[in-house]
Ligand binder design. Structure first.
Ligand code: CA
Length: 231
């Protein structure tokens, strides 16, 4: 049974989340302040954190940064739609995904399930991706469409690998650039855009309406595989 730490100062939202998560048989621990959040995270070692960005004693971003410093636990952010800049900062700080408030129950639960799956997979070898007809073996660097072998560049494999490590989750441009091009190239978004465009040309049935490498407006990219679940 997975345990989820809900970090949210609004009692009515906490109540809704508690009921919702209980119906899916998750155990729920609650914290209403940033200070309490870290104490609960350390004592309960939850399997996932749901973090509200606006907390009375500081913002959820600080909570994410502090907890990320010692724990790889999946973190899903809850935030109002108006907080674009905070959302991207939270993702860059190590949050795995976000759900906009007001949230829909099915969407929230889907994000929670995907984040828990990502966590279970993270210790494994780079996966073999199934993208429709196309199979990408990341460990062997082999891509096939049916019997036909396809060519991907080393850079394209690295971008795909970085997305696959977080399959189903949002990965920000900053994270991708840091991983693929290196930490001192953080403003190099053009190369990333070109690389994603080329990957879509090769892997997407309809590159102008991507199904597998999806853009999350203003935030980053999300790799959608059959394994990462329906969105
Ligand atoms: Ca709040």
């Amino acid at each position: 049974m997975h345990q989820i730490l809900v970090i949210e100062d609004d009692a009515s939202i906490r109540g809704v989340l508690r009921v919702l998560l209980h119906t899916e048989h998750y155990r729920v621990v609650e914290a209403e302040t940033a200070a309490r959040a870290e104490i609960e995270a350390r004592s309960h070692k939850p399997d996932l954190l749901l973090v509200d960005l606006g907390l009375p004693d500081g913002d959820g971003l600080k909570v994410i940064q502090r907890i990320r410093a010692w724990s790889p636990v999946p973190i899903v952010v809850l935030s109002a739609r108006t907080m674009e800049a905070q959302k991207i900062a939270a993702l860059d700080a190590g949050a795995d995904d976000y759900v906009a408030k007001p949230f829909s129950a099915p969407e929230l639960l889907a994000r929670v399930r995907a984040a828990l799956r990502r966590s279970a997979r993270s210790s494994e070898q780079p996966p073999v991706l199934q993208l429709g007809e196309i199979t990408v073996d990341l460990a062997r660097r082999q891509t096939r469409s049916g019997r036909e072998e396809m060519h991907l560049t080393p850079l394209e494999y690295r971008v795909l690998e970085a997305l696959a490590r977080q399959a189903g989750m949002i990965v920000t441009p900053n994270q991708l650039i840091k991983e693929v091009w290196g930490p001192d190239r953080s403003d190099d978004t053009r190369n990333l855009r070109v690389c994603v465009k080329n990957l879509r040309q090769k892997l997407e049935p309809n590159p102008s309406r991507p199904h597998f490498i999806v853009t999350e407006a203003g935030l980053g990219y999300r790799l959608r595989t059959s394994e990462s679940g329906p969105q």
